[in-house]
Design a protein around this ligand. Structure first.
Ligand code: ADP
Ligand code: MG
Length: 266
């Protein structure tokens, strides 16, 4: 794998004036992202929040090279994504990006070890036994190597997905609501595991979430509204995050009190 020069400011991911416009005719155009400029330093853990439709998924997809901005640039691990062809983007994602989704996205016919090592194989790399063992130990699945996803709990399946995301030693891991399908206790386990990856191996993580408790595990929380980055909090409590979301009108109706209430327990 060719290592290119890091970004001048050592950001692992950097977006500059990124805009993403959906819809063809002028009348129906939506600016899903509007002049977004932000950097993610190595070993940082960032949560991205915002009301529904504020551009969180679009942000993640553009930052990860899954989607192309209408204008502006994305630099990932020192590589400008703008001129890359689809094949080159796919290769770069396989080699340098890890993904964790709400729905786990494991292959049901493969056991734990084969699910975890699949990205390495897709990237044409031979899974080193020591590395694979280390990652499996780290996510606490040593006694589950031979099991298929259907034989595991939701939390265990998400830990397989985390191991799969970490095993390529990616420059950055992107999570799209990684705890969205989990109960509070299991979600906390998964968040602590992500936190450990940051502490132990300097993993860079960018995670979209709508849960203030999840966001409070990050070093920094970014808030999107109408496609714009409108504010940020460093090391916030869940209460502070919930309050900021309330100001953005994020919760809409009855969920306001329950979320603020959940936040109060942290
Ligand atoms: P979030 O993830 O915060 O809910 P999204 O990034 O999914 O927000 O969407 C941001 C805005 O862009 C919304 O107004 C949404 O309707 C619009 N949008 C997203 N994807 C598309 C698409 N493929 N075509 C048209 N509009 C889209
Ligand atoms: Mg979304």
């Amino acid at each position: 794998m060719t290592r290119t020069h890091p970004a001048p400011d050592h950001d692992v991911v950097r977006l500059d004036s990124v805009r993403k416009i959906y819809g063809g005719s002028k009348k129906h155009q939506v600016a899903a992202l509007d002049s977004v400029s932000i950097g993610f330093g190595r070993g940082s853990f960032t949560a991205v929040m915002g009301p529904s439709g504020s551009g969180k998924s679009t942000f993640l997809h553009c930052a990860a090279g899954l989607d192309r901005p209408t204008s502006g640039t994305v630099l990932l691990d020192g590589v400008d994504l703008t001129p890359l062809k689809e094949r080159e983007l796919t290769k770069l994602r396989r080699e340098r990006v890890g993904f964790i989704f709400q729905a786990f996205n494991l292959l049901p016919a493969l056991n734990v070890v084969d699910n975890i090592t699949l990205p390495l194989k897709l990237a044409g790399r031979r899974p080193g036994k020591a590395l694979v063992n280390e990652v499996i130990e780290r996510v606490g699945l040593a006694d589950r190597r031979g099991n298929r996803p259907g034989e595991l709990s939701g939390g265990q399946q998400q830990r397989v997905a985390i191991a799969r995301a970490l095993v390529t030693r990616p420059a950055v891991v992107f999570g799209d609501e990684p705890t969205g399908a989990l109960d509070t206790y299991t979600a906390r386990e998964v968040l602590l595991l992500l936190r450990e990856a940051v502490e132990w191996s300097g993993q860079t993580i960018v995670m979209v979430t709508h849960d203030p408790i999840a966001a409070a595990h990050a070093d920094r929380v970014l808030f999107l509204a109408d496609g714009k980055l409108v504010s940020a909090l460093e090391h916030p409590t869940a209460d502070e995050v919930a309050e900021r979301m309330t100001h953005l009108g994020a919760w809409g109706h009855e969920s306001t009190t329950s979320r603020a209430g959940r936040g109060a327990h942290r």
